[in-house]
Design a protein around this ligand. Structure first.
Ligand SMILES: NC(=O)c1ccc[n+]([C@@H]2O[C@H](COP(=O)([O-])OP(=O)(O)OC[C@H]3O[C@@H](n4cnc5c(N)ncnc54)[C@H](OP(=O)(O)O)[C@@H]3O)[C@@H](O)[C@H]2O)c1
Length: 281
């Protein structure tokens, strides 16, 4: 495994496992059990993935020491605000069966996230969370949060993949010591990405799959990422990326694929996004 060191000195695995859309009974528990067996130690869930309990059940069953795990969950925007965040945090912790979290993220830059941040700063200082951060914060919202609070987020989790590379956002993050973490690193299995001739050629060069090339590219960019895979073979394939290195030329070829666009049109600076998200409890 490769690691990044966050601004507060916490070591975080660069490759983790995401459990979004794992909602069939038993699905997330089985997937996390398989992921831990494969070697993943970073697990990324959220209160609104509705599977924290199953993630917790898998963690409890495993014999992996707690300090080797890195568990992330996220605060839903309807739970924003100082008091609500403290409550939501306790609920998540209980569902996960943990007594501290490794990373707690504000899921979206909506509602009273300033109140949330103050609550998270306190929980962090009390030692209940090892690192605090945000998700889907664009540079303007991130800068504003940094400038008007005591503690800067250690992470900003954003949609990042070869079609949406986030170079500019990452530059802003670096100025404030914020680490970029990539969601949907494989573009949700998007066909355009998986059949891209440049990625297929690079995969051929290394006798690896397109998914492995993309994930290796994240490692070499020093970006944390959390691919999701229901299929065990894919989970294992995605973990098998530490025995080869992309050349500078290959890294540049992938850089040339950037279209700066979200694959699913998930834009957190579009007012319509609030209408979409408000439909969910
Ligand atoms: N903060 C946020 O707002 C936010 C938003 C979205 C996601 N996330 C996080 O990011 C994680 C990953 O993102 P994601 O789930 O949207 O998408 P993703 O990881 O980019 O892609 C997952 C899709 O790719 C397929 N896949 C995985 N490995 C593959 C391989 N080696 N070859 C071919 N196909 C492969 C999976 O198939 P199978 O599952 O069928 O095996 C699944 O359909 C989520 O699980 C979640 O933890 C966060």
């Amino acid at each position: 495994m490769e690691y990044v060191t966050l601004s507060n000195g916490v070591k975080m695995p660069k490759l983790g496992f995401g459990v979004f859309l794992m909602n069939e009974p038993g699905e997330a528990e089985q997937a996390v059990t398989n992921a831990l067996k494969t070697g993943y130690r970073l697990i990324d869930t959220a209160s609104r993935y509705y599977n924290e309990e199953e993630v917790g059940a898998a963690l409890k069953k495993s014999s992996i020491p707690r300090e080797e795990l890195f568990i992330t969950t996220k605060l839903w925007f309807k739970d924003a605000g100082y008091e609500n965040t403290k409550r939501a945090f306790e609920v998540s912790l209980e569902k996960l069966g943990l007594d501290y979290l490794d990373l707690y993220l504000i899921h979206q830059p909506f509602n009273d996230y300033y109140g949330s941040w103050r609550a998270m700063e306190e929980l962090y200082k009390e030692g209940k969370i090892r690192a605090i951060g945000v998700s889907n914060f664009y540079p303007d919202r991130l800068k504003d949060l940094v400038m008007h609070n005591e503690i800067a987020p250690m992470i900003d989790q954003r949609e990042t993949h070869p079609m949406n590379q986030q170079w500019e956002a990452e530059e802003w993050m670096k100025q404030d010591g914020v680490q970029l973490e990539a969601w949907s690193p494989l573009g949700r299995g998007n066909k355009e990405i998986f059949t891209n001739s440049i990625l297929m050629k690079i995969a051929d060069n290394h006798q690896k799959s397109v998914a492995q090339i993309i994930l290796r590219w994240f490692m070499q960019r020093n970006i944390v990422t959390i691919p999701k895979a229901s299929h065990v073979e894919r989970m294992q394939e995605n973990f098998d990326i530490f025995d080869f290195v992309l050349s500078h030329e290959e890294m540049e070829l992938i850089k040339g694929l950037d279209q700066k666009t979200s694959i699913g049109g998930v834009l957190h600076n579009d007012p319509k996004m609030l209408d979409v998200l408000s439909q969910f409890e």
